[in-house]
Structures are given as C-alpha cells and as structure tokens.
Design a protein around this ligand. Sequence first.
Ligand code: IVH
Length: 682
Amino acid sequence: MNKEEVKKRITDLSEQIRRHNYNYYILSQPAISDFEFDMMLEELIRLEKEFPEFMEPDSPSQHVGGDITRKFRQVRHKYPMLSLSNTYSEEEVRDFETKIQKLISEKIEYVCELKFDGVAIGITYKNGILAQAVTRGDGIQGDDVTTNVRTIHNIPLRLHGTGYPMEFEIRGEIILPHKSFERLNDMRLEEGEEPFANPRNAASGSLKMQDSREVAKRRLDCLLYYILGDNLPFKTHYESLAAAKSWGFNTSNYIAKCENISEIFEFINTWNSARYELPFNIDGVVIKVNSLRQQEILGYTAKSPRWAIAYKFKAEQASTKLISIDFQVGRTGAVTPVANLAPVQLAGTTVKRATLHNADVLAALDLRSGDRVLVEKGGEIIPKIIGVDLQQRIPDARPLEFIKQCPECGTPLIRNEGEAVFYCPNESGCPPQIKGKLGHFISRKAMDMDSLGYEKIELLYDKGLIKDIADLYDLTADQLLGLGKVYAATEDKKEKKISFREKTVENILKGIEKSKSIGFERVLYAIGIRYVGETVAKKLADHFSSIDKLMSANFDELKEAEEIGDKIAQSIIKFFRDQKNIEIIRRLEEKGLQFEMHEGQKNLKSEKLKGMVFVASGAFEHFSRDGIKKTIEDHGGKNASSVSSKTTYLLAGENTGPEKLKRAKSLGIPLISESDFQKLIM
Ligand code: IVH
C-alpha cells in the first residue's frame, strides 16, 4: 500500500469499527463475529503504529488503551457536579411531589429512572468528539480520567447522527456489570490479590489506574443520564435522553414517564423486587421533573436540584439461625471469622455464610451458638450479620469467642496495637500464607509464570513438591507430568479440572526459566515483603540497586529512599531479620535470579530519547510535570531545569516560562510541543 492507500484504509477501518461498536454496544445487534471485529481492530492498531501520522485523534483503537496517566490532573467542573437529595422514606417522596405541585401549579410529568450504583462521571464533547472526562471529586473539581474513560466501549469517542450541540457535557455512572466484576475478582484471586468488596469500589479503583490498557481489560460500562450545556435543543429530560441514545450513548432502557404519585410508586415497587434480575447493581430509583422549563423554575438548593429526588432501596434483610463460626486464615495471615448460617433467601440468592469481619465486630455482636440473627446484604457480595434477636436466645447458650491459635498451623495469634485484625505470625510455616506467597510470586506483575495459576500452585504445595518460592526452581518435568485434580462444582462455580499435560509442563518449566531474566525491581516485588508493592519495589530498586545493599540498610538509610516511611522501613527490616528469608534469597540467587540492577536495565521503556536533554516547561495536557519528566527518563532521555547550549529541546507546554523561551531563542534551541514529543516516543 502506498501512503495514500494506508491513510484511506485507516479511515475506512476506523469507520467500520465505530459502526460495529455501535451495533454491538448500543443496539445489541452485532453484525459480524467477534473474530472478524478483532481482526479489523488489530489491523487498525498495526497500521496506526506504523503510520502514526494518519491516526485519527478519536480513533476507536483508543478503546484498547495504551496511554499511561502518571498523575490525574485536577480539573474544575464547568457546571458543579451536584448530588441528589436522598431518601429511604416513601413519605418524603410524597412530600417531594406535593411541594413541587405547590410551587408549580401546572400539570407536572415525572421521569423515573434507575439509580445506578457506580462512579459518577462528566464527559465533555466538542464538535462531536470526546474531549474530556472528569470524576466528581468534591463536586467543584475532579480528576481528569479521560485516557481511561476512552477505553470504555460503550462511550462513543465520536458521536453518531446529527444535531448534537457543538459543546456539551453528559453525565452518567461508570459501572462494572456483575459478569465483569466476577471475572475481575476471579483474576485477582488467581494473582494473589485481594478481591474487590463490591462493583462500585472496583469501578472506582479501575478509573484511577495508571495503565489504560489494564482499564480496558476490566470491561467497565457506562450509563448516561443527564446532559448539560448552553442553549440545549430540548424541552424535556426524556427527549434529551432519546437524543443521547441517537448520538451513540448508552442510556438506560428502564425509564418511565409518570403522571402521578401512584405511577411513581409502581415504578419504585417494580424495581425494588426486580433489581436482582439486572446485570448490574442499582441502589434506588431517581425521580425527575421532565420539563426542562419547570426544572428551571424549581432550581437548585446549595447541594442538589429541587426538581429531582433519589429514593434509595433499603438493604435487604433476613432472619436465620447461626450454626457455627469458622475462622479463615487469609494469604496475609489475617484471620476472619465467618458465620455458618441455616440457608435463607436474601436479595435473590441463598445465603449460608456471612462475614463477621474481625474480633471487634464479633465481640460487639456477642453471639451465642444457636442465636437467631439478622443478616443484611448491601452492595457487598458477602452478607453481614447486623444483629441478634435476644428474645429467642436459648438460655445458657455458649458464647462464641475468637480463637487464640491459628486454625491452620496452631501458632498463637497476635494483634497489632490499634488494629482490629488478628494475624497468624507464622509467615513462612502457615499453609495458606505460604500458598499466598507462592501465588503472589508467580503472578503476572511479579514473575509472570502464566502457565502456573494459583490452583496449580496449591496442588504442588499440597503434594509436597514446593514449600517455598525457591523450590519452584527445582521442579522437574518428571515430577509434574500426570498430576491433576478436579474441583467439584459448587453453587457459584462450575466444575474445574486442572491437569499437567505434556505441553502444560513444558510451558511451566519454560516460564520458570524465563523468570530468571526478570529485572531486580520485579523480583523484589515478587518475594513478598509486606507493604512492598510494585511502586515501592521500583523505588527501592532504583535507590539501593542491589539486594545486598538493601539488606544491609538500616532504618534511617531505608527512609532516605523516595516514598519509604516508617511502616515500610520496619517491615523491610523485619523481613531480612528472618533467617529463612535470607536463605530463600540465597537459593534464588544461586538459581540465577536478578538481584541487582544493571546499567541500562533501569526500567527503560525505550531508548528513543537517548542522548537528548529536555527542559520541560509549562502545563501539559496528558502529563503532569513530574509525569513528563519521568517519561523522558523512561525513554532514555535526560531532564535539565534550565536551557543551555546542552539542551536538545525546550518542551513547551501551555504558559511556558518567558525567560526559558527567550533563552532558547537566543541559543537557537528548538521548541517541541507536547504532541510532537509524544510522536518522538511512539
Ligand atoms: S441525575 C443534578 N440520575 O446518584 C444531579 N443521578 O446520589 C444529577 N446517579 O450524583 C444526577 N443514577 O452520581 C442521576 N439515573 C440517575 C442516577 C444518578 C445514579 C448517581 C449520581 C448522583 C448520585 C446522587
């Protein structure tokens, strides 16, 4: 293809992909197979990579992610992001209606909608193109999460149809549907990470991730419910939603126009019971005055519009019998009490277990075996016990106390001052903790042994083939071949078989071998020092450059490293004081793992800026100031604070310092814009 043809192909592909996205996500009527779609997208991404000059700024390839946000820029909302007045009381919904009727003595029509339980977002479109997406923050200013929002498939990057205002903001809720939530939590467990408590937390955590490619993988959705702008071409809220739908936005299918309070309650009652049939969480119903003129007359209080109210559903409760309490030891050694209950129907599922969180919660409830308890299911997956019916307590029933010893290894439990959680301190000898460490070690962000997964690790541990992370490097094909296990189906999980066939074993051993070349900072993260996450591990690796230097650092020296505070420093010292850990590290060293930083291995993403010296000045659209400096270093370049003859480029953002500009001009140092800079590193 010549350049003209490439350009045309990019335009054609973008157009087709946009259309298929719309068919799939908005109309729910896919016209081609997933495979065909993926092929088109892949081709587009390949061409754009090769010919970045032809990439459209709103290319649908952005749904796949790729850009990194180091620090989320704070942005002031053009229209403050108000909330709604909330109520749990039917009486207050009636009052709302009467008050409005009093203020406006005309016929009033209402629109009832679902209240989505997610994260509020405001998305601005300019000339039909997604320009910016900002979280609520404090309502006055929020975080610019545009890059991450662009990865959400049912948010259009370019609008469909016609008639949209040149500039407007649309607000909605970013949610994680049940399916995506379960998938995400399964993956997290598999990777040795804590699962999210509920889809809302997961959605909000996802939006604040630095790597948009990771955000794309989480399969967030967005439901839009409110348009703001000057001189909008609508008379009613209902109309505005219909228009939004025609422009390619995902608006709710469950909206009703209501003429009176009984119709409003009909909507509320229907959804109060049908809510569990939805593929995502809602926590109530929103009632809005339909006419925009009437909305304007009613206006706002300081916090919320007078033309709308949210009726929140009460968390569902059920009463059942407490049978016993189990104590579960997590991968970090934390011990959680879990109640076994007589099965009871609650919020669309049969509940048999409920969390009791920790010793304080257990003590406060003062439970006895055989008690009748009240269980509640809020937004969380695991229900909780919120009270006991003392009337029905069997006299002399035995109090249920927190255990003193680890149920897995017998070690006496400890509790740190000021903390509610009991821990088993036997980090290197307690089975769930060892499995947790192993699971973390092999996880993607650590040693990335993707053919091994948590279940295989568990099996190898149970068979006595591995007792610590260093044992992984002694595994042989003979030991692995033919191993297997079947996990029987449970209520919420299908049957699962794991088996070590020839090809699997080959891949596992390859993965183990390959991990020997993984850089020091990831090894440091992988060995599982408490509080040393990915970022901290990088900082430590950069600062100390070898495990020996890190090991011999004292408390004060540790704290000299960037981002290392008392808690982390103490944890590092404690880790290296344990001879068992030292021994494991020595064995890993012998196996050839990387325990020091090599020059050139300093985390470089590329060497595209090698030999270049930049002076970054002013504000940037896609980077914070620190972020752009880090990016320069990540690609092998250097930063300087003032312009000199050694400067390669003055990287000029908005409001670049006039002195710098003057000096660059007099020395003949070229200026480079943010977008040209981005092209340099593409
Ligand atoms: S309308 C001026 N409609 O609930 C207020 N909000 O507790 C415009 N929410 O701030 C908001 N579903 O984040 C509206 N159908 C819906 C909603 C909804 C969920 C959220 C939104 C709002 C909060 C209020």
